[in-house]
Design a protein around this ligand. Structure first.
Ligand code: ZN
Length: 223
C-alpha cells in the first residue's frame, strides 16, 4: 500500500481508483454521513476487484442493530446492518461493512454459499489492510473454513471471485459444474463444498419494507 497526500491506494488497484482510506474521528453511530461515505468507498473498492454490482438494486444507508452484522433485504435493494461493536469503533465498521458489501453486489436472502462467505471474509481482510486498521479475521469456525477454501482457488480468492462473477453473475449462483469448468486444477471436494449452501444464516428470512427516506436520495453516488 502506498500513501500520497492523504490518499491511500492499494497496490493491485493503483491507478484505477483512489480512496480517502481515512477514518473519521467521529463516533460511527452518530456519523451518518461518514458511514454513507465509507459505504460508497467500499462498494467502489469491491467493484474494482470483483466486478460491477447489480445496479438494478438500490443500496440504502447502513443501520446499527444488536443482531448485526448482516444484510437486510428490502423490496428493491438492500442495506448493511452493523453490530453493536461498530457503534463506537471505526475499525470494526470497516471489518463488518466490507464483508457485507460483498453480499451487496448481488443481494439475496440468505443462505448464500460457502464461496460468497469466503470471498466476503477475504475482502474484509483486504479492506482492513487498505484502511490500515488492526485486522480482525476469523481463526476458527465456518467463516474460517470458508476463507481457507477460497484461498485454495487459483490466483487467490478475489481474482477467482472476479472470474466467477464474469462467467456466472452472482457468486451465490455458481454450480459445482461451473466451478469445475472455471478451475479444473482445483480439488473437486473443495469446489463442491464452495457451491453448497453456507452453514450459518444470521439473517432473518423475508424482506423489510422500503425505508421511507433513502439516505442515498439525498446524497446520490455519482455512478
Ligand atoms: Zn456473510
Amino acid at each position: 500500500m502506498t500513501a500520497t497526500a492523504g490518499l491511500v491506494v492499494a497496490p493491485s488497484i493503483a491507478g484505477e481508483i483512489k480512496l480517502s482510506a481515512r477514518l473519521p474521528s467521529t463516533v460511527p453511530e452518530h456519523d451518518a454521513h461518514g458511514i454513507w461515505a465509507l459505504q460508497q468507498e467500499l462498494i467502489t473498492l469491491a467493484e474494482s476487484l470483483l466486478g460491477k454490482r447489480d445496479h438494478t438494486k438500490k443500496i440504502y444507508q447502513p443501520a446499527f442493530q444488536e443482531n448485526g452484522p448482516r444484510l437486510e433485504i428490502t423490496l428493491d435493494g438492500a442495506f448493511v446492518v452493523l453490530g453493536r461493536y461498530s457503534k463506537v469503533y471505526w475499525p470494526t465498521v470497516i471489518c463488518e461493512m466490507a464483508h457485507e458489501t460483498v453480499h451487496l453486489l448481488n443481494p439475496i436472502l440468505c443462505p448464500t454459499n460457502w464461496l460468497e462467505e469466503g470471498v466476503a471474509t477475504e475482502f474484509s481482510i483486504y479492506a482492513q489492510n487498505v484502511y490500515s486498521v488492526p485486522v480482525q479475521s476469523p481463526e476458527f469456525g465456518p467463516y474460517f473454513e470458508a476463507l481457507t477454501m477460497v484461498r485454495a482457488l487459483p490466483s487467490g480468492a478475489l481474482a477467482a471471485a472476479n472470474k466467477v462473477r464474469k462467467a456466472v453473475g452472482a457468486l451465490s449462483a455458481v454450480s459445482f459444474q461451473q466451478l469445475r469448468t472455471l478451475f479444473p486444477s482445483c480439488d473437486s471436494a473443495i469446489l463442491r463444498r464452495l457451491s453448497e449452501k453456507f452453514a450459518t444464516c444470521p439473517r432473518p428470512q423475508g424482506t423489510v419494507p422500503i425505508p421511507e427516506e433513502p439516505y442515498q436520495s439525498k446524497r446520490s453516488p455519482k455512478r
